[in-house]
Design a protein around this ligand. Structure first.
Ligand SMILES: CC1=C(O)/C(=C\N=C(/Cc2ccccc2)C(=O)O)C(COP(=O)(O)O)=CN1
Length: 456
C-alpha cells in the first residue's frame, strides 16, 4: 500500500467561509490582536486548540441520545467509571466539567501552603491551581525540552537528578505529589518515555511521594512509546497506556483532547482517602459526584470516545496529520519545534522573527500576522502565556517563544493542511517587514486569554 488514509469517512459537514483581508483587519483590531478574542465566525481554519474542538463519531452522537439525566446515579457515570478503570487502570473516578476542575480538586485536596510540586514543564492552568493552593511549582524536565532545535526523542522526560535534588532540598514531606504530564504541551506536545516514568516511580516511591499524571494526551504519548521505545514496537496502544498509568497513583484529565469530546474531564486516583476528599469537594464546585459538571450525555459520549481513540489506526492518522503539516513546513525551512509533537506544530517565533525582542511578543505577533494573512487562528505559547512569577511579579521569560498550530481530531483534511502550510509560508516570506506588539491591557489571572495588544 502506497498512501495511507484516515480510517473513517465523513458523514456530516459544517460549512466554512473565508473572510476578506479588510474584514480580518477589523476583527483583529476588535480582538485586541489576541486570537482568543476573535469570534469563531471570523475564523477560517481554527487551529487555536485541540481542546474540545474534536469531531465526534456517529456512535458518540448516538450516545448523546442515551443520556441518563438523573441528578444522582446516572447510568452514564457508571459506564464512564468502568471505561476509565478498564482503559487507564485507576480505581476511583471523580467526574469534572473539564481538566481545570480536576486540577482544582487535586490541588485543594493535596496541597498545603509551603508545598512544593515538581513537574515536567509547567502548564498554565495546572501551575495556576498549584500556586493558588499555596505550592511552589518546580520545573524538573530535561534541559533538551527547552531547546526547540534538540531532536531528543522523549523531550517530555523528567530529569531524575533535578527531581532528586529537589527532594533533598525541600524534603519529601513537603512534596504532596509529583505532576507528570504526558505529552508535555508547552514543550511542543513532546512525549515522556515508559523507562523515564518507571525511573520517576522508582525514585518517588522510595520517598513515599505519589505521582499524579496529567493524562490529557496520554494516548498520543503511547503512540510515541510504540514507535520510539525499545521493546514496545507492535504493542497496541491500549496495553502501553495501561502499563504507563500503572506507574502513577492517579491523574487529572481533560476529556477535551484524547477522548474526542467537546466537554468533560475527571480526577482519577487509587488512593481511597483522596477519593473520599475529592468526591466530597466536587459537590461544592462541579455538582454531585456522579456527574461533576457534565450532563449524562456528555459522560456517555466520553466513555465511547475513550475506546474510539484507543485504536492504533486512528491514532496513527491523528499524529500523522500533524507530521504531514510539519513535512510541508520543513520543505520551506520554516522554523518549528522538533521532533514534531502529537497534537500541534509549534512555530518557533524567535527564529521566525529574529529581529523582534521577546518583549515585543514575537509569538503573539506571528499569531496575529497569520490570522491577517489567512483567517487561520493559532495560539501564542510564549512570554504572554508564561505570565508573571507568583512571588516577584516579574515576567517569566521562557526560552520557548512559540506559536501553536493545533490540529483538532478528525476535523480538517489534508487539503486544509496544504492551505495552512502555504499561509505560514506567505508570512515567512514577508517576515522582515513585521513589527511587534505592545500589551495595552493585562488581566490579573492567566493573562493570555484576555490580554489586549496594539501594533508597535
Ligand atoms: C496538558 C493540559 C492541557 O493541555 C490543558 C488544556 N489545554 C488547552 C486548553 C487551554 C487551557 C489553558 C490555556 C489555553 C488553552 C490547550 O489548548 O492546550 C489542561 C486543562 O484542561 P481544560 O482545558 O479541560 O481545563 C490540562 N493539561
Amino acid at each position: 500500500r502506497r498512501s495511507w488514509a484516515e480510517p473513517y469517512r465523513i458523514k456530516m459537514v459544517e460549512p466554512l467561509h473565508m473572510t476578506t483581508r479588510e474584514e480580518r483587519e477589523q476583527a483583529l483590531a476588535e480582538a485586541g490582536f489576541n486570537t482568543f478574542l476573535l469570534r469563531s465566525r471570523d475564523v477560517y481554519i481554527d487551529l487555536l486548540t485541540d481542546s474540545g474542538t474534536n469531531a465526534m463519531s456517529d456512535r458518540q452522537w448516538a450516545g448523546i441520545m442515551l443520556g441518563d439525566e438523573a441528578y444522582a446515579g446516572s447510568e452514564n457515570f457508571y459506564r464512564l467509571e468502568e471505561t476509565v478503570r478498564e482503559c487507564y487502570g485507576w480505581k476511583y473516578l471523580v467526574p469534572t466539567h473539564q481538566g481545570r476542575g480536576a486540577e482544582n480538586l487535586l490541588s485543594q485536596s493535596l496541597i498545603t501552603p509551603g508545598s512544593h510540586v515538581p513537574g515536567n514543564m509547567y502548564f498554565t492552568t495546572t501551575r495556576f491551581h498549584q500556586e493558588h493552593a499555596g505550592a511552589t511549582f518546580h520545573d524538573v524536565i530535561i534541559d533538551e525540552a527547552h531547546d526547540s532545535h534538540s531532536l531528543h526523542p522523549f523531550k517530555g522526560n523528567v530529569d531524575i537528578d533535578k527531581l532528586a535534588a529537589l527532594i533533598d532540598e525541600v524534603g519529601a514531606d513537603r512534596i504532596p505529589y509529583v505532576c507528570v504530564a504526558a505529552t508535555v504541551n508547552m514543550a511542543g506536545g513532546q512525549p515522556i518515555s515508559m523507562a523515564n516514568l518507571r525511573a520517576v516511580r522508582e525514585l518517588t516511591s522510595r520517598h513515599g511521594i505519589p505521582i499524579y499524571l496529567d493524562a490529557t494526551r496520554a494516548m498520543e504519548n503511547a503512540l510515541f512509546i510504540q514507535e520510539r521505545e525499545e521493546g514496545y514496537a507492535g504493542e497496541p496502544i491500549t496495553d502501553i497506556l495501561r502499563e504507563f498509568c500503572s506507574y502513577s497513583d492517579g491523574a487529572t484529565m481533560s476529556g477535551k483532547k484524547d477522548p474526542l469530546v467537546n466537554i468533560g474531564g475527571w480526577l482519577s486516583t487509587n488512593d481511597r482517602d483522596l477519593y473520599e476528599e475529592a468526591r466530597n469537594l466536587v459537590v461544592v464546585y462541579e455538582g454531585l459526584h456522579t456527574y461533576g459538571g457534565m450532563a449524562g450525555r456528555d459522560m456517555e459520549a466520553m466513555a465511547i470516545g475513550i475506546r474510539e481513540a484507543l485504536d492504533d489506526d486512528y491514532m496513527k492518522s491523528r499524529v500523522g496529520q500533524v507530521r504531514y503539516l510539519g513535512m510541508l513546513l520543513e520543505q520551506w525551512g520554516i522554523p518549528f519545534v522538533k521532533p514534531v509533537g502529537g497534537h500541534a506544530i509549534f512555530l518557533d517565533a524567535r527564529d521566525f522573527y529574529p529581529h523582534l525582542d521577546q518583549d515585543q511578543y514575537p509569538a503573539q505577533t506571528l499569531a496575529a500576522e497569520l490570522y491577517l494573512e489567512s483567517g487561520i487562528r493559532s495560539m501564542e505559547r510564549g512570554i504572554v502565556s508564561a505570565g508573571r512569577d507568583a512571588v516577584t511579579g516579574e515576567n517569566h521569560r521562557p526560552k520557548l517563544e512559540l506559536t501553536r498550530l493545533t490540529i483538532p481530531r478528525r476535523v480538517y483534511t489534508q487539503a486544509h493542511m496544504d492551505v495552512v502550510a502555504e499561509s505560514v509560508k506567505a508570512c515567512f516570506d514577508h517576515r522582515d517587514s513585521v513589527r511587534g506588539l505592545k500589551m495595552v491591557y493585562e488581566p490579573r489571572y492567566l493573562r493570555f486569554f484576555q490580554a489586549r495588544f496594539e501594533p508597535l
